[in-house]
Every structure is written in C-alpha cells, then in structure tokens.
Design a protein around this ligand. Structure first.
Ligand code: NAD
Length: 273
C-alpha cells in the first residue's frame, strides 16, 4: 500500500544480498513509499550480482563499501550526497556476520581474532557509519538511522553464539551515538529487534528451522515477517516517528514479553512422577 510516507526522502540501505534479505524488502518498501535510495553492500556481495536486480527495480545506484573500512564509507556518503544533490534522511544498517559461527567454533572455544572481526562487521560498523555521517555532516535534521538486532542481546539463545555479544554492542552504540546525534542534529538512532527470519544470515545459526518454529509458537501474533519488518523500518524513517530515539524496539509478535505460551505447553509431554 503506497501512501507516500517517505515522499522526498533519501536513504542509504546497507545489506541487500538477495530477495530474502530484510534490507531488500525494506528497499522495496521505501521506494514504494516515495523515497530515493542508494544501495550498498560489501564488494564480495556485489560480485554475486543479485543486488543489481533490485537496483534496476527501484532505480537506485549501487555503491560498494566494506563497512569496516572508513575510506569506503566516506566515499559512499560523498557519492550518495552527490547523487541525491543534498543530505541523507535515513540509513538502514542491516549487516551481520559471525566468523566463529561460520567456522563452527563453540562460544566457549571462541577464536578472539575472529571475534574482533565479528564485532567490527556486525556492531562497531554502526559507529563507523554514524561517525562518517557525523564528520561529513551528511544527515539531515530529524534524520533516522535504524540497525537490526536480535533478542539474544538480552537473553541467552545458546546457538546464537558470539552474535549475542555483537548485538549487545550494537544496541549500546545506537543508544550512545543516538544521544550525541540527537543533541547535535535531532538525528534519531534506533535498533529493531526482529523475529527469527529465514534469510542467508539467519540460516547460518545452528538449528535455525526448529528455532523459527519455537518462536512462532511462543509469539501471540506469530513471527514477524521480513516484509512486516520492512514496513516498521519505513515508519521509523518517516516523520510519523520523530520522537523515537535511542530505543531497542522489539518487532517480534510479542515473543519478548511472553513467558510461555499454551502452544508450547500443549506440545510438551509431561514426564511421569
Ligand atoms: N534473519 C534473522 O533471523 C534475523 C533476526 C534478527 C535480526 N537479524 C539481523 O538482520 C540483519 C540483516 O540480516 P538478514 O537476515 O537480512 O541476512 P542477509 O544475509 O540477507 O544480510 C546480511 C548482510 O550483511 C552484509 N555484510 C556482511 N559483511 C559485510 C561487510 N563487511 N560490509 C558490508 N556488508 C556486509 C552481507 O553482504 C548481507 O547483505 C543482520 O544484522 C541480522 O543479524 C536477522
């Protein structure tokens, strides 16, 4: 449903890998709501070529940037501003990568070099993006920055491994930089804590399918889809959400505040006394 919620707004969207990506769906949604978009992803992801399909659909340039590289980020913001002919109104950080997870290292046996890399790609990168925009004064007043998180930042989900640490740091960066950017420019910074969603990053987590099913049964509304997450992000980029900042916002069908659901209890076989 297009109602021009983002008419006249310009945004950078990081992380559209393929059509399952939350960033992909968000780019489509923002375009549908009237925004102009620049797409960005890591050079290795660009080589897969899928992003060009999306770029064509929404008429957006693709500018590669490894989000751990400050020169890449500077170039991305400079070229985006040149393309837009002005400042950027919103940014979606939809980036995650767990090196220990990828390589099958258990949390208790973590390789710390890989962990540093995980934190840099998945969390410190939000600081890098905000810092680049800050230094270039690239974001408009009342601009909005959203990064995607997961409830493992607050509660233990053993197979989520080191990504729990990354999400905790990501949410902290959103709060801390959100304070400074709010004072300076009224720029808002939030994280959206999304239900488990079948994407490339999601499927990297061990036992993911069973977990999606568990979360579905635990959530009074069921799991929130990537499509619904895209709607929520579009709302957060719009002027309808101007006083929401420095928050971690659960977008999870009620999972985070449910202790146990009837669906889960009914599926248990009680052990004999
Ligand atoms: N899928 C889920 O279950 C779920 C749930 C909650 C939160 N999230 C979060 O949503 C975000 C998007 O993930 P997704 O599920 O859409 O999966 P995805 O695999 O489609 O997206 C992850 C993106 O990160 C990009 N990326 C990795 N390293 C990068 C680098 N160095 N520089 C720039 N980009 C890089 C990848 O190329 C990819 O586009 C992530 O932060 C993820 O943790 C996902």
């Amino acid at each position: 449903m297009a109602n021009n919620l983002l008419a006249g707004k310009k945004g950078i969207i990081f992380g559209a890998l393929d059509e399952k990506s939350i960033a992909w769906k968000t780019a489509l949604k923002c375009h549908e709501q009237g925004a102009q978009i620049v797409l960005s992803n890591a050079p290795v992801a660009l080589r897969m070529g899928e992003i060009n399909k999306l770029a064509e659909m929404i008429g957006a340039p693709v500018i590669g940037a490894d989000v751990t590289n400050m020169d890449d980020l500077k170039k991305l913001f400079e070229e985006s501003m040149a393309h837009f002919g002005g400042k950027v109104d919103f940014v979606l950080h939809s980036i995650g990568m767990g090196i220990n997870v990828r390589k099958g290292k258990h949390y208790t046996e973590m390789n710390y070099e890989w962990h540093q890399k995980t934190l840099d790609i998945s969390a410190t990168s939000l600081h890098r993006v905000l810092r680049t925009a800050w230094d270039l004064d690239a974001l408009s007043e009342w601009g909005s920055v959203v990064a995607l998180s997961y409830i493992a930042a607050q509660r233990v989900f053993p197979d989520y491994n080191e990504m729990a640490d990354a999400k905790a740091l990501l949410e902290s960066v959103a709060r801390s930089f959100g304070y400074h950017y709010g004072v300076r420019k009224k720029v808002r910074v939030n994280t959206v804590s999304q239900s488990p969603t079948r994407t490339t990053a999601g499927s990297g987590v061990k036992g993911f399918d069973a977990f999606v099913e568990y979360a579905e049964k635990m959530s009074p509304l069921g799991n929130a889809s990537a499509e619904d997450c895209a709607n929520y992000c579009a709302f957060l980029f719009s002027d309808m959400s101007r006083y929401i900042t420095m928050q971690n916002l659960f977008h999870d069908g009620g999972f985070s505040t449910t202790g146990v659901s009837e669906a889960i209890v009914n599926g248990m076989t009680p052990s004999e006394e």
